[in-house]
Design a protein around this ligand. Structure first.
Ligand code: NAD
Ligand code: TYD
Length: 352
């Protein structure tokens, strides 16, 4: 049994589905608060699967987390739960401090108490895997080398600052209390079940709905795109073989400026679902006001995880983005469920 937090979100949901697809997978207790980003429809295929126990709740709830640990005796915790959207953190940082910092602190404390009471064997097996972001390292210039695990932390947004704080707590719980932790810092993920406030799903859905495709600033900001299935396989690798107290950067080796990403999506849609007027979806591209404090470039040096654990992403950007666009075309029911929710209010606040 493992305890996954935030397993109704984008990456956590993919992780749970991938984990349970494997033949000899352990069961999962999935603790999720179901914020606007949590979506049980992502997990609907597991409704009758006894290996998945969903628990609606907050990682900051000490009584609940302790109860789950004692009841299910997981051999690992994988912490995905977070507020994850930079633009939301700019509009209102409170929840980011609450969940990303205080929530992680609570999980660590509950884990420490639980781990301290395990048998020597149980203690040796236990892992606390903290999922974090490359955004903690700040912004790169066009010529800087990619982020390695030894880069200093220079977070620039309320989101990245809250994740940086959580990483520091995890590190300290290892050094001070000996809690067996591993941390992974990954680049921008994309793929199925991605909430359409983030660039790639937003562009796919806006394109199909005849809406503008908003590009912040000049569109030359660079992100290093990682297919979510690759991220999930990397986490499984680190959970199985990662050295305690270490951090591992996970990236896709796919640096792309935003404008190129958007144009690629338009080209794929032009091919798979052409506009009825025969024009390209690229006609919908609209440059809008830039994000305050917008980081210029993120890039991950994923050499350590390759050298030490033998992991490399399976997808290139070309294969991953095609699969992703196809998934959104093939899953209108999931999309409709999301789009009819609070997403609308958010869109209006962000782009009006
Ligand atoms: P997401 O926003 O899609 O999902 C977050 C999930 O956490 C949701 O299901 C939400 O309901 C849940 N949650 C939020 N607050 C909670 C709380 N207090 N208690 C329990 N559950 C709570 O996020 P994501 O994109 O799946 O990201 C998962 C993790 O990966 C996050 O820690 C994020 O910082 C990190 N990360 C994401 C990306 C990316 O590109 N999406 C990149 C790097 C790192
Ligand atoms: P996003 O998906 O929000 O991820 P992050 O901010 O964590 O990198 O944004 C990816 C990039 O796309 C980022 O440089 C901001 C930009 N962007 C746009 O240009 N337009 C948009 O509507 C959104 C949501 C993002």
């Amino acid at each position: 049994m493992i305890l996954v937090t935030g397993g109704a979100g984008f990456i956590g949901g993919n992780f749970v589905l991938d984990w349970l697809k494997r033949p000899v997978s352990e069961a999962i207790v999935n603790l999720d608060k179901l914020t606007y980003a949590g979506n049980l429809a992502t997990l609907s295929s597991l409704r009758d699967d006894a290996r998945h126990v969903f628990v609606h709740g907050d990682i900051g709830d000490k009584a609940l987390v302790s109860k789950l640990l004692n009841e299910y005796q997981p051999r690992a915790i994988v912490n995905f739960a977070a507020e994850s959207h930079v633009d939301r953190s700019i509009h209102g940082p409170t929840e980011f401090i609450q969940t990303n910092i205080m929530g992680t602190f609570n999980l660590l404390e509950c884990a420490r108490e639980y781990w301290g009471a395990l048998s020597a064997d149980g203690q040796k097996q236990f892992r606390f895997h903290h999922v974090s972001t490359d955004e903690v390292y700040g912004s790169l210039s066009a010529t800087d080398p990619a982020f390695s695990e030894t880069n200093s932390y220079e977070p620039n947004s309320p989101y990245s600052a809250s994740k940086a704080a959580s990483d520091h707590l995890v590190r300290a719980w290892f050094h001070t209390y000996g809690l067996p932790v591993v941390t992974t810092n990954c680049s921008n993920n994309y793929g199925p079940y991605h909430f359409p406030e983030k660039l790639i799903p937003l562009v796919i859905l806006n394109a199909l709905n005849g809406k503008p495709l908003p590009i912040y600033g000049d569109g030359q900001q660079v992100r290093d795109w990682l297919y979510v299935g690759d991220h999930c396989s990397a986490i499984r690798e680190v959970l199985a073989k990662g050295v305690l107290g270490e951090t591992y950067n996970i990236g896709g080796w796919n640096e792309k400026p935003n404008i190129e990403v958007v144009k690629t999506i338009c080209q794929i849609l032009d091919e798979l679902k052409p506009r009825t007027d025969g024009k390209s979806y690229a006609e919908q591209i609209t440059f809008v006001k830039d994000r305050p404090g917008h980081d210029r470039r993120y890039a991950i040096d994923a050499g350590k995880i390759e050298r030490e654990l033998g992991w490399r992403p399976a997808e290139t950007f070309d294969t991953g983005i095609r699969k992703t666009v196809q998934w959104y075309l093939d899953n209108p029911a999931w999309v409709e469920g999301v789009v009819s929710g609070s997403y609308r209010d958010w869109l209006q606040k962000q782009y009006s």
